[in-house]
Design a protein around this ligand. Structure first.
Ligand code: SAM
Length: 219
């Protein structure tokens, strides 16, 4: 396991600008009511995109907040999201990006791209919402070329049993408010079970919630 000190010691001007944790939650409701002109990607989202090349599929892309973080080596960006409001917002952002972008309606249950057609799949704060994370990850493997990578930034169930219990208790209300998000979700086990090999994995706490940022290679 690697812990990069740069991640959480990012310059202050890169820290979330939207108050207590709100920038983390680009769910339909906060985006609809809270996306301001000054909304910026968090440092964690920026790290997710470091050094990307080739054709990249971003699943559950939301409002396209990360589009400005894609490096110039990216040949094509395909954004998939199931929410029409967020796709429309992402299309507006895509118009100002110097890399070809396609914004597509779709779900993680059946990603609308051919087998082995992507170099990387990017996923931030999505697997906690996907109703069947294991099926979603099987789809991710299907669309990745052999040796392709999944880059993920997700919150992860706490390893503290008291906190896990609290996460379970707040799940019904939280999930309703935050686009189906499940705070007690274990994201790492399904990634490994889907046949990915962890190449990089950072654990960190953000707003007292356990998070992971990693790169996993498709076998
Ligand atoms: C918490 S938001 C994260 C958005 C974005 N990735 C970010 O980092 O800001 C979760 C996103 O996943 C989308 N989503 C949830 N379940 C999905 C599914 N099964 N298939 C496709 N998109 C999904 C939602 O519409 C929403 O845009």
């Amino acid at each position: 396991m690697t812990v990069r000190p740069t991640l959480l010691s990012a310059p202050a001007d890169m820290r979330p600008a939207c108050g207590w944790g709100m920038e983390q939650f680009h769910h339909p409701r906060p985006v609809r009511f809270g996306r301001a002109e000054g909304s910026r990607p968090t440092p964690e989202r920026r790290h997710l995109m470091d050094g990307l090349t080739g054709r990249v599929l971003e699943i559950g892309a939301g409002d396209g907040v990360k589009l400005t973080c894609y490096p110039p080596g990216t040949e094509e960006i395909i954004l998939v999201d199931s929410d029409p409001f967020l796709r429309a917002t992402a299309k507006d952002v895509a118009a100002g990006v110097p890399i070809p972008v396609r914004v597509i309606d779709g779900t993680t249950a059946r990603l609308p791209v051919p087998d082995a057609s992507c170099d990387t799949v990017v996923c931030s704060l999505v697997l906690c919402c996907a109703p069947q994370a294991q099926a979603a990850l099987a789809e991710v493997r299907r669309v990745l070329r052999p040796g392709g990578r999944l880059r993920f930034y997700e919150h992860q169930r706490s390893c503290n049993p008291a906190i896990t219990l609290a996460e379970r208790l707040i799940t019904p209300a939280w999930s309703r408010m935050c686009g189906g998000c499940h705070p007690a979700h274990d994201v790492l086990a399904p990634i490994r079970a889907a046949g990915f090999v962890m190449e990089r994995l950072d654990h960190f706490s953000l707003y007292l919630v356990s998070h992971v940022l990693g790169i996993a290679r498709s076998r």
